[in-house]
Design a protein around this ligand. Structure first.
Ligand code: FRU
Length: 959
């Protein structure tokens, strides 16, 4: 009993599927969320390319710091920083390099205006916005300029110095790089201012190239310059400090020095004003913050003004402290802002990691919820499934218990059935033995009349046949119930085969069949079950005898295949053979091949196959229709092919063999007198008895019918349908008794064909068959059979049917022969037959055909009477039938012999001439086909009782 467990339920597999789906979903969602956090920082940035002109001096450092500070408020922007040592060539190549990074905006402070102009214009023309910071280019092709007004710075420096010098004095101007835009503009503004003071002169201008060291070096090398000036204007604070240093080192008197930048850096700018090194400085803001702001506006696609001007002012001892305080306050605030910005960044980081953590937490929570739900659902489902399974298991348990009970009952029933079969077979065997022993006793009496002997032989044969069938059925049942056990022992198989073949020698001799056992071995010891092998061989040999015609051959062959360790038997016959389809079914139980000419139950070969298989063997059939069959058997040689239980000594007894011999061979024995094949030579022996053709394949039935009907009929018997059909044309019988299931040609077809043919259409046919259903009965009648009698039938009924048919025949014939004006039909046929064996005719469905035959026959005779060579043969030729057919048909239809009819016709015609024509006797004899007048007179007298002359006289006297 199989109990189904919950684990096996297919619905459970849904659970992991759900979980898997949810995990994948969560993984995707979480991944997206985290990806989302990161992507904000990783998304494409707005790239600023920044090209710085000079080296990293304090002012430019300050500009860069301003820029970075401002950039911290714009995470969406990224800056690429390049600087050069005021080298235009280098700066040009740096700009080109920046362009390869696909910058979105270029911020540039051109070291020199003219050389940098073309590359900046190119950038601008390519659609990249350009923000120029501090130092300009010599073109208007830029987007925006950030910086203080250097012209104004120059003017403010001029005005301031003029005020200090009180309108009179000489000034030394130290310029930045003269090719850079601030230097050009500052000089111009300074000169413009000085123009307004006629007593003030720019007595000397030197190029400090924006560097403290340069200004100091030039003045130290030319100390005289300082002697001839009253004040100094340096384009930036560091060059002013260079001049201050030179004055100090040359120990010259202190001069008022004005610089530019006013950076809030230590030691320079504001500090040098506070310390008195510079008298004043013009504020020049870096513009770093503004440039980044402007870039941010561009990033947001906002328009920029062409100029972002930064404010400037003069810082001197009057406001330097305030400035310093402000700048230090601003610096402190700036530091605060930076700290806060750092804190903000840190907070942001914390926020992002917390955000990710929360996402994960929420996802896990969701997962937990879903899993819990699924678990809950699956538990519920499992509980339900388990409940169902418990019910199912209970059901299965109940069913299996029922099965146990049922199989026990079935076993009991089988046992009972087997017991019944065993018992019933004994019940059959006993009366059969009781029939057989007195029959065999009686047969030993040599004085028995032949009919009694035939009858007794008939009883003996059929009793043995019944005994064989009972035994075979019994064996089959035992096979079916697995009750047949194999008991192999080592015996001489050659001697065994010789014994068996000897059992068939008497039949073989009688039927002139070449029956032999062929082997190369004088003796051969092998392991076999003699009881089973004997049944197998008896079955196959008796089968071969059934299907082999007299004069054929049946061979039992034994060969040893030592290679394959097999023993082979072959039972080969020259019998009627089988078609491929028949061969396929030949081992099926109750299968009967169509070609059987003998009785067969369809049990023997099925049993044989079962027995061969029990003996661990194989059986194969090789057969060819109308050539013969060969059953080959293969058994193992090695005793190890059999189990220990199967190996047991069992010697077959001679008596048992004798018993099988009787059972299998008695029915094969032909009868002393072969009544079945009495053939009557119709041509020679046309007696008054009617002829009956019996077409029946069962030999016993043939004999029974023959013995019962031969007193009234000439009986001709055929066992094959095709032969019977041909025989009907050969002998034109008066009645046909025909079976339906026939080898060669079936009875219904025979009936239809005979009824269609003018030569045989009149013959009454009685179909005699085992097929008793209504449909089959109807089929029989549809084929124009005159009667249909189902087996088993009563002989009395059959005889009565035949008699009734005869009576009807008489009535029909009376009517039939009176229809046509057959003046020559002799009076004799008017006398009805006295017994049932008198030739019959038929109330036939084809009267017209018979009438046509009769009229054709009469007409031929009528037209040929004058011909002395006219004979039966010439009628046959003209009507295209055989002599026998003509005799039979005329006898049947007109109840007269053909020759007699012709003679009568001649006499009738002669009578006509004698009565109506005045012709000499010789002429009349000639006209009616007589060879001479003398022969004519003899025949005429024998028929009419008077000579032609006397007849003529008498008739003329009457006339
Ligand atoms: C720094 C500097 C400043 C000056 C500016 C002019 O490199 O020399 O001192 O104001 O450049 O571009």
């Amino acid at each position: 009993m199989r109990i189904i467990s919950a684990k096996m339920h297919p619905k459970r597999s849904l659970f992991p599927k759900y979980i898997l789906t949810v995990i994948i979903l969560l993984w995707v969602v979480t991944g997206r969320l985290c990806g989302g956090c990161n992507s904000r920082t990783e998304q494409k940035k707005f790239i600023i390319g920044f090209s710085q002109s000079g080296e990293a001096d304090e002012w430019r450092k300050s500009m860069w710091e301003d820029m970075k500070r401002e950039l911290s408020f714009h995470p969406e922007m990224k800056i690429l920083y390049r600087e050069t040592n005021d080298n235009s060539e280098k700066q040009i190549s740096q700009v080109k390099e920046l362009l390869t990074h696909h910058i979105d905006v270029l911020i540039i402070s051109a070291s020199e205006a003219a050389p940098l102009t073309p590359i900046v214009e190119k950038v601008y023309d390519s659609g990249i916005p350009v923000i120029v910071i501090d130092r300009k280019i010599a073109s208007e092709k830029f987007t925006n300029h950030v910086g203080a007004d250097n012209l104004q710075i120059g003017e403010m420096a001029g005005d301031y110095l003029a005020r200090i010098l009180k309108g009179k004095g000489r000034i030394l101007e130290i310029t930045g790089k003269p090719t850079s835009s601030p230097a050009i503009e500052r000089s111009l503004g300074f000169a413009n201012s000085i123009k307004h003071f006629p007593h003030i002169k720019i007595s000397k201008t030197i190029n400090g190239e924006w560097l403290e060291s340069n200004a100091n070096r030039i003045l130290m090398q030319n100390p005289g310059i300082l002697d001839s000036v009253d004040a100094v204007f340096a384009h930036n604070d560091v060059m002013g400090l260079g001049a201050y240093q030179a004055l100090l080192e040359l120990k010259k008197k202190k001069l008022p020095i004005v610089g530019v930048d006013a950076l809030p850096a230590p030691a320079i700018g504001l500090k040098s004003i506070q310390t008195g090194k510079l008298v004043a400085s013009i504020l020049y803001p870096t513009g770093g913050k503004e440039a980044i702001r402007n870039a941010a506006l561009l990033e947001k696609h906002k328009m920029l003004p062409k100029q972002t001007t930064l404010q400037t002012m003069v810082v001197d001892s009057t406001n330097v402290l305030t400035m310093l305080m402000q700048t230090s306050k601003i610096a402190a605030q700036q530091q605060d802002i930076e700290r806060q910005a750092e804190m903000l960044t840190a907070q942001k980081k914390i926020y992002h990691s917390q955000q990710t953590f929360i996402y994960l937490l929420v996802s896990l929570l969701l997962l937990f919820l879903i899993v819990s739900l699924l678990l809950f659902y699956s538990r519920k489902l499992n509980r339900r499934i388990n409940q169902e399974l418990v019910l199912k298991n209970k059901d299965i348990s109940r069913q299996s218990e029922q099965l146990v009970v049922m199989s026990k009952k079935a076993e009991e029933a089988s046992e009972a059935k087997l017991n019944f079969f065993t018992k019933i077979s004994h019940e059959f065997r006993t009366p059969l033995t009781l029939i057989l022993s007195p029959t065999e006793d009686l047969l030993t009496n040599g004085k028995l009349p032949p009919e009694i002997k035939t009858g007794l032989n008939f009883i003996k044969k059929n009793a043995f046949r019944l005994l064989r069938l009972v035994n075979q059925l019994m064996d089959l049942r035992q096979v079916e119930f697995g009750k047949i056990r194999l008991h192999v022992s080592e015996q001489d198989v050659v001697a065994f085969c010789n014994e068996i073949i000897l059992s068939f020698s008497a039949i073989a001799q009688k039927r002139n069949i070449d029956c032999r056992f062929i082997t190369q071995h004088r003796s051969y010891l092998m392991w076999f079950d003699a009881d089973i092998l004997e049944k197998i061989l008896f079955n196959l040999l008796s089968n071969a005898f059934k299907f082999t015609l007299d004069g054929g051959s049946i061979l039992l062959e034994l060969t040893v295949d030592s290679m394959q360790q097999e023993l082979k038997f072959s039972v080969k016959d020259t019998g009627i053979g089988m078609t491929k389809q028949e061969q396929e079914k030949i081992f099926d139980l109750f299968f009967r091949a169509n070609n059987e000419v003998v009785n067969s139950s369809g049990v023997g070969l099925n049993l044989t196959k079962e027995l061969v298989e029990i003996h661990h063997g194989r059986i194969l059939l090789n057969s060819q229709k109308n050539v013969g069959s060969d059953f080959s058997l293969t058994f193992p040689l090695n005793k190890n092919a059999y189990t220990n239980e199967e190996r047991a000594d069992h010697i077959i007894l001679r008596d048992e063999l004798k018993n099988l011999e009787n059972i299998y061979t008695t029915e094969l024995m032909p009868d002393a007198k072969n009544e079945a094949n009495i053939l009557v030579d119709i041509n020679k022996n046309l007696t008054d008895k009617a002829t009956m053709l019996i077409i029946e394949d069962n030999k016993d039935l043939q004999k029974l019918l023959q013995s019962q009907l031969q007193s009234d009929f000439e009986v001709v018997v055929e066992g094959n349908g095709r032969d019977g059909f041909n025989k009907a044309f050969d002998i034109i019988p008066d009645l046909i008794l025909c079976d339906i299931m026939l080898p060669g040609m079936d009875g219904l077809l025979i009936c239809r064909q005979l009824k269609k043919d003018i030569r045989t259409t009149h013959i009454p046919i009685i179909l005699l068959t085992g097929k008793a259903s209504e449909v089959q009965h109807l089929d029989g009648l549809k084929s124009y059979a005159n009667a249909y009698i189902a087996k088993p039938f009563s002989m009395t009924v059959l005889k009565q049917t035949i008699e009734t048919m005869m009576y009807n025949y008489k009535r029909v014939k009376e009517h039939y022969t009176s229809i046509g004006n057959y003046s020559y039909v002799p009076q004799e046929i008017e006398n009805p037959p006295k017994n049932i064996g008198t030739p019959l005719t038929n109330k036939a469905p084809k009267k017209k055909s018979d009438r046509r035959f009769t009229s054709e026959f009469i007409s031929i005779v009528e037209h040929s009477l004058h011909d002395e060579a006219f004979s039966v043969e010439s009628i046959c030729q003209q009507m295209n039938i055989s002599k026998v057919q003509l005799y039979r048909k005329v006898k049947s239809l007109l109840n007269v012999n053909v020759n007699e009819y012709i003679v009568n016709a001649r006499i009738q015609k002669a009578k006509y001439y004698l009565e109506n024509e005045d012709l000499p006797i010789g002429d009349i004899a000639f006209k009616t086909g007589f060879t001479s007048a003398a022969y004519f007179s003899t025949v005429f007298k024998s028929k009419t009782g008077s000579t032609p002359k006397e007849y003529k006289r008498l008739s003329q006297g009457r006339g």
